[in-house]
Ligand binder design. Structure first.
Ligand code: NAD
Length: 432
């Protein structure tokens, strides 16, 4: 059962150790479970306690490195932080299949984020919009008149646009502040800016500024990737004929994702398997990135559909393209305070946020191809089972050599593979 009472007064005033003890008692945790929470790796307890509220411990996930990526003629090792097996292997495998044509090519927008200002109770919409446009230069200058490294480096507010909304609660005016965030993701910088400028806009328009917040639909901060995969590279046996069959199957699978939102959701989840894993490894706000990426196809195509595009060129090659909003930073946020995020950024060796954005869409495209290729050939479970078999053995209670033995037996097994089957095999092994 959950806890008897979830109201723990003043939990935030306690030390991490005290909080852990309180929670352990309330939840009847075993000493091993308490130890699991107390054990911390690279993120020390003090640093963790500064990051969020009511900290009782930290939690680790594996970091794996995807190989074979060549992006804009540079070779990268890409760190993924994720709990799901096969992701890193699939991305690495697909990344080497576009090397004939030089790997991945990216084209990334300037790092411009949108700060939204919601204006209510405006009596003359046209006059309000005009007033903002007439005073634009002064408003932009006001926004940028703060001591900020981001602005000193050429970032800051660059433009202001407006649009009207008709809602059941009446008409609203929305102002977008377009802010170049340079190498920061920019949430704090943008939120601070729109909060500060809001009274000025109220005075100009006669309206009441309500919400003042960044939009995670980073429509001006798009990252684009293109890669070409030859039939020989796509083949299982190296022949052009086999590769052309594989490509035909991938295009059929793609058509399904384009037309059907049920399929598109899973197709796009596969893309985010890479993008979110790299984001997490590099200390990014992966929720913000996920929100933006999932919204983008609807904005671009007027309905939810595949994030990626796959086609065949006149030489029979498979061509993959993708464009996604990518709000990432290499300064600020967790990228600066989490030692492992710093190490993972060092593995990438990125010098600009835009470079990280480009790498992430490449990883997403490769991941997408991995899933499409597996699904349209031998199915996804064969690859998944390699590592998952070990997880199933551990879940059944196997230790030491039992894990390998059970995993090997499970992989070779042709029938229905279930957790209870693995448990019965373990019992058999131990009793024989
Ligand atoms: P931040 O608040 O640390 O700001 C970046 C700082 O770095 C600025 O002060 C800037 O002047 C400075 N800087 C130094 N060198 C720079 C360079 N080369 N380019 C740009 N700036 C440079 O970080 P942030 O990126 O503004 O905020 C990111 C954090 O905000 C994330 O942790 C995110 O989770 C969180 N957040 C997200 C949302 C959201 O809606 N997505 C909302 C609020 C907060």
């Amino acid at each position: 059962m959950p806890v008897e009472d979830s109201r723990i007064k003043g939990l935030y005033t306690k030390s991490v150790d005290e909080r852990r003890r309180i929670v352990a008692e309330a939840c009847s945790l075993t000493p091993e479970q308490v130890q699991a929470l107390a054990a911390h790796g690279e993120l020390g307890e003090e640093a963790a306690d500064r990051m969020i509220e009511n900290v009782i411990g930290t939690m680790s996930l594996p970091v794996g490195v995807a190989t074979n990526f060549v992006i804009d003629e540079k070779a990268y090792l890409i760190p993924f932080c994720v709990e799901e097996s096969s992701i890193v292997a699939a991305a690495s495998n697909m990344a080497k299949r576009c090397l004939t044509h030089g790997g991945f090519t990216t084209n990334n927008d300037q790092p411009v984020m949108i700060g939204q200002l919601q204006l209510l109770e405006i009596t003359d919409m046209e006059a309000a919009e005009e007033a903002i446009q007439q005073e634009k230069a002064a408003l932009v200058a006001f926004c940028n008149d703060v001591p900020s490294r981001m602005i000193a480096l050429g970032g800051g507010c660059k433009d202001i646009t407006t649009h009207r909304l008709s809602t059941p609660l009446g008409d609203m005016l929305v102002a977008h502040f377009l802010v170049d965030c340079r190498d920061a993701m920019g949430a704090n910088a943008v939120n601070t800016m729109v909060e500060r400028v809001a009274p000025r806009v109220e005075a100009l328009t006669g309206g009441r500024a309500h919400l003042r917040i960044l939009s995670n639909l980073a429509a001006h901060r798009l990252a684009r990737v293109k890669a070409v995969f030859t039939p020989e590279e796509m083949a299982s046996n190296g022949t052009r004929e086999d590769g052309l069959n594989v490509i035909a199957g991938i295009l059929e699978a793609q058509a399904f994702a384009v037309e059907d939102p049920f399929r598109a959701t899973t197709h796009n989840k596969g893309i985010m398997n890479a993008i979110s894993s790299v984001a997490l490894a590099c200390g990014q706000d992966w929720r913000a990135i996920e929100a933006g990426c999932h919204a983008w196809p609807s904005v671009k195509h007027g309905r939810y559909t595949s994030m990626s595009e796959w086609s065949q060129d006149e030489s029979g090659n498979l061509v993959g393209e993708m464009e996604l909003p990518m709000a990432v930073g290499i300064v600020g946020g967790a990228s600066k305070v989490h030692p492992a995020a710093q190490a993972n950024l060092a593995i990438l060796g990125v010098e600009k946020a835009q470079e990280l954005a480009g790498i992430m869409v490449c990883a997403g495209l490769a991941q997408n191809l991995g899933a499409l290729r597996a699904l349209s050939t031998k199915g996804i479970q064969a690859g998944h089972m390699k590592l998952h078999a070990k997880n199933m053995a551990v879940s059944a209670g196997a230790v030491g050599e039992e894990i390998e033995t059970l995993a090997a037996r499970l992989q070779a097994y042709d029938g229905h593979r279930s957790q209870s089957l693995v448990e019965s095999w373990l019992n058999e092994m131990r009793n024989s």
